[in-house]
Design a binder for this molecule. Structure first.
Ligand code: ADP
Ligand code: MG
Ligand code: MG
Length: 897
């Protein structure tokens, strides 16, 4: 037979599924001998049965009745006894703490007769007893029976007004409260058409039903959807003996944390309110005192509380958050749970608990959240009362201040020529804006969500961004924007806060991150607990992880930066950025326009030394570590003017009677190259097939650069990667063309490289499922999960912002698949490619270079696949190191279970 009710002494902290978080921890504390007012918990299973059958199972009612009898016997009081009544609270509590469910009802068991008994228990304090009764009617009416709370508030105000002007709750005496109780009962009848229930058993049953029903209330459902909590958990109900914090100055109630949840410091932290019930603290009726003040008010109880805090922390081996009440100098603990903490606090606590031997290294490593690590390196706005002119989405963390510019070209020019700090303000951004985005301190868009191009690039590059600030109206012609009446011109300074989404006019002070200062060598910052904690736990992560961590870096500076953050190579060096910049674009256009092989070769000859120079810098920065260089990937039209803009320009020129022949020629070419679906068009390996000289030039530049670095005493480790391969034939054909080029360069330089490999990205479903063939022609695979996600789902990454939010909300995708690898689909393709690729080529090494390489949940998946490395943006390298360490520990833990 199902057991539906557990006395606190029967449960423990691991029974959260059945008893809810609150109930499980009340049971645990009871068994630890901590003073918890006795009571019992009705299980989540009873809730589910109740909801399924539309009523409480009769066994449950019988069981609850038995537990009530036991409780009454233990307390020597009974519910509703007019002489000496037992009072209880009815508290909801699901597995996860969940706002939106039914609030707690206190003082249950009071009625017209037992209120007299309560007065007797408290030495004839009629005022106290009646106040408790009116609170109960009010809470029960509002919470259980949905009587509008205002009705009671209003009656309360009337009573006070009738007393004297400015009267407080506490000015109402026993007689006033007697009248108020009558009024409250009348209000109750008005709204429910029933009398206020006098039988405590009815009160209890109604309250339990209401808690169960609240699981399906709209607020609770919305909260679960938002927070991805399952609808099938149900809530438990805790019935607990009342204790009173409102019995005078020697009573009170408060909350306590065993450590400071924001700094992580090992000091007692919390709030206390004397002569009050728990609800008063939340309601903020009176100002609370800092917890340490309790020492002066009641040193004995304070000492006991510290003892309980210590006991709980040693027991849970974590920071605990506690609710307590003191009744006439006697301490009672009403709740505990593992406390929430800031991203900052969790590092300090974890390292300190490790040092103190409270937890071991693995546990400490798992205590910190890899998703929040990046934030700790970012600057913050010290807003101090400044008013925001607009608010958008907190798309990329960090704060930035700078001069407003409205185009990517301007951003780049101001930043380069005037060394100005700029904020790029756009409606939305596109891949064409990239050069301006990376030159900016911050990015602000008026449209687009947290998955818009601007947001994704900003996060990838570690640039603070606020996106979708809809109050901002851009006028690009006039070079101004307005936001809620404020006009901001080009060149004006603004500050954006990527943590909150706020936008401010002017330059607000920004606080440097301690971690960032410490990383850059600041001696004082290195003395701070956060830095010591960071170093300590990262050592553990590096020690535990099995996967290597590389960075996606395209320039020597990015490479150096990545290496300083612990990158162990480059997993993706994109060469397309080497085709930008005015002299290069010219050569690229010359290549595109070439009519003869000679003209085309001349363009390659112009590009060769430029590319070689780039590679030399990168190989030097990554000396001794592998560098994967991807041959040119994007469609050629990206290096030409935009079709529409150019058409307009030509048309206008013609109208004005100008000579437009040269632009017209460009226009013709742009039209020729125009593709309906460029992402699926002439790009990647297809370019290599169509323009053999292009990849040959790139390979020559790479290998010549490697030779140069090698001759200077370095040890470049080169991996050449061919993008967008779908068939093994593509790869074979290109290797046949390109390997001789490399060999020729090496022979001419008489240099041997310690490492020169050829491989491909796996970024098309066909490549993944034919990995067995492709692996025979590849030394390595690197999963390009951005394109693999686009092509597996048929989702365009640049457009998914329009619907991904709705998709996530409706659980049509488990998460945004461009952020976290979609295990079932994209992940399955990866798994096939790994297994079949390894079976065909046992030397093959495997990595990932999509955005997912820096996403902790995806890193866990990569660890499961047994990848050799993950590669991510330089800014994510620490995150990935941490996540890879956690994945290794987590995998070991679940294997040992
Ligand atoms: P929540 O989940 O919102 O924290 P609780 O069930 O913890 O709700 O109840 C809110 C407050 O009610 C608690 O902080 C506590 O002060 C008070 N409370 C609950 N049960 C009792 C009780 N048995 N005796 C005294 N106060 C109680
Ligand atoms: Mg609580
Ligand atoms: Mg790709």
């Amino acid at each position: 037979m199902t057991k539906y009710v557990y006395a606190f002494s029967e449960g423990n902290k691991d029974m959260k599924d059945l008893l809810g978080g609150k109930g499980a921890n009340l049971a645990e504390m009871t068994n630890m001998g901590i003073p918890v007012p006795p009571g019992f918990t009705i299980t989540t299973e009873a809730c589910l049965t109740f909801l399924r059958e539309g009523g409480a199972p009769s066994e449950m009612l019988a069981e609850a009745g038995e537990h009530l009898v036991t409780l009454q016997r233990a307390m020597g009081k009974s519910l509703g006894d007019p002489g000496d009544p037992l009072l209880v609270s009815v508290r909801s509590g699901a597995k996860f703490s969940m706002p939106g469910m039914m609030d707690t009802v206190l003082n249950l068991g009071l009625n017209d007769a037992s209120v007299e008994g309560l007065a007797k228990q408290t030495g004839g304090d009629m005022r106290f007893a009646r106040d408790a009764y009116r609170r109960f009617i009010q809470m029960f009416g509002k919470i259980v029976m949905d009587v509008p709370g205002d009705a009671f508030e209003h009656a309360m105000d009337e009573a006070k007004g009738a007393k004297f002007d400015g009267a407080q709750d506490t000015d109402l005496d026993a007689d006033d409260l007697s009248a108020l109780i009558l009024r409250f009962k009348a209000l109750y009848r008005e709204h429910t058409s029933e009398d206020f229930p006098q039988d405590p058993k009815d009160q209890l049953r109604l309250a339990i039903d209401a808690v169960f029903s609240s699981w399906n209330g709209k607020r609770a459902r919305d909260y679960r959807r938002q927070n991805k909590i399952s609808d099938d958990l149900g809530t438990a109900v805790n019935v607990q003996t009342m204790v009173f914090g409102n019995r005078g100055e020697d009573s009170g109630t408060g909350v306590a944390f065993t450590r400071d949840p924001s700094t992580g410091e090992k000091v007692p932290y919390g709030d206390y309110l004397s002569n009050a019930q728990g609800e008063d603290v939340v309601a903020g009726i009176r100002n609370t005192l800092p917890l340490v003040k309790l020492e002066e008010l009641d040193p004995v109880s304070y000492g006991e509380l510290l003892q309980v805090m210590h006991t709980l922390e040693m027991h849970y081996r974590d920071m605990c958050d506690i609710e307590f009440t003191i009744e006439k100098g006697r301490l009672w603990i009403l709740q505990t749970r593992i406390g929430k903490r800031t991203a900052f606090g969790e590092w300090v606590m974890a390292a300190e608990m490790l040092d103190d031997g409270l937890i071991d290294e693995d546990a400490a490593l798992l205590r910190v959240d890899a998703n929040r690590l990046e934030e700790l390196f970012k600057r913050r706005v010290e807003a101090d009362g400044a008013t925001a002119i607009a608010k958008g989405l907190n798309a990329s963390p960090g704060a930035a201040t700078g001069a407003v510019v409205f185009s990517a070209d301007e951003a780049e020019r101001w930043a380069k020529e005037d060394s100005a700090r700029v904020i790029l303000v756009r409606r939305e951004t596109t891949p064409d804006d990239y050069h301006g985005m990376i030159a900016s301190q911050g990015i602000l868009t008026s449209a687009g969500g947290t998955n818009s191009h601007a947001a994704v690039v900003a996060r990838g590059e570690g640039i603070p961004a606020v996106c979708g600030a809809e109050q901002i109206r851009l006028d690009l012609e006039a070079r101004v924007f307005t936001a809620n009446g404020t006009v901001v011109r080009e060149g004006d300074t603004i500050t954006i806060d990527g943590f909150t989404g706020n936008v401010y006019v002017g330059e607000l002070p920004l606080a440097d991150s301690v971690l960032e200062k410490a990383r850059q060598g600041d001696a004082d910052a290195r003395q701070e607990p956060i830095w010591r904690s960071f170093e300590r736990l990262m050592r553990v992560a590096d020690d535990r992880r099995r996967m290597r961590v590389r960075a996606n870096a395209d320039t020597p500076e990015q490479s150096t930066n990545a290496r300083a953050r612990g990158a162990e190579g480059i997993g993706l060096c994109r060469t397309e950025h080497m085709f930008l910049g005015s002299e290069r674009v010219q050569a690229v256009q010359q290549m595109i326009f070439a009519e003869t092989p000679e003209e085309e070769q001349a363009a390659y000859d112009a590009l060769l030394p430029l590319q070689r120079g780039d590679f030399v810098g990168i190989f030097r920065a990554m000396d001794g570590l592998p560098v994967t260089v991807r041959l040119l990937d994007p469609p050629l039209h990206e290096f030409l003017p935009d079709l529409t803009e150019l058409s307009v320009e030509v048309a206008l020129g013609r109208e004005r009677g100008e000579d437009v022949s040269s632009q017209d020629a460009v226009l013709t070419k742009v039209r020729q190259l125009h593709e309906a679906n460029p992402m699926l068009g002439l790009r990647g390996v297809r370019l290599g097939i169509l323009k053999p000289g292009l990849y040959a030039m790139q390979v020559r530049a790479i290998v010549e650069a490697a030779c140069e670095v090698r001759r200077a005493g370095g040890d470049p480790k080169v991996e050449i990667m061919i993008p967008l391969v779908a068939t093994v034939g593509e790869l074979q054909q290109l290797r046949a063309e390109l390997e001789p080029v490399a060999a020729e360069v090496l022979a001419a330089a008489s240099v041997e490289l310690s490492h020169l490999e050829w491989g491909t990205m796996i970024e098309l479903p066909r490549a993944a499922v034919t990995a067995a063939e492709i692996a025979q022609a590849a030394d390595f695979f690197s999963f390009g999960t951005n394109d693999l996600t686009q092509t597996a789902f048929g989702f365009s990454r640049d457009d998914i912002g329009k619907f991904v939010g709705l998709y996530e909300e409706r659980k049509l995708v488990p998460a945004n698949p461009f952020v976290t690898v979609d295990r079932a689909g994209v992940g399955r393709l990866m798994q096939i490619a790994c297994e079949e690729g390894r079976a065909a080529n046992d030397e093959i090494h495997l990595g990932i270079c999509g955005e997912h390489g820096g996403d902790p949940a995806s890193v866990v998946f990569c660890n499961e696949l047994g990848l050799d490395y993950v590669s991510c943006s330089p800014f994510r390298v620490e995150t990935a190191r941490l996540a890879a360490g956690q994945a290794a520990v987590g995998a070991a833990e679940s294997a040992s279970k």
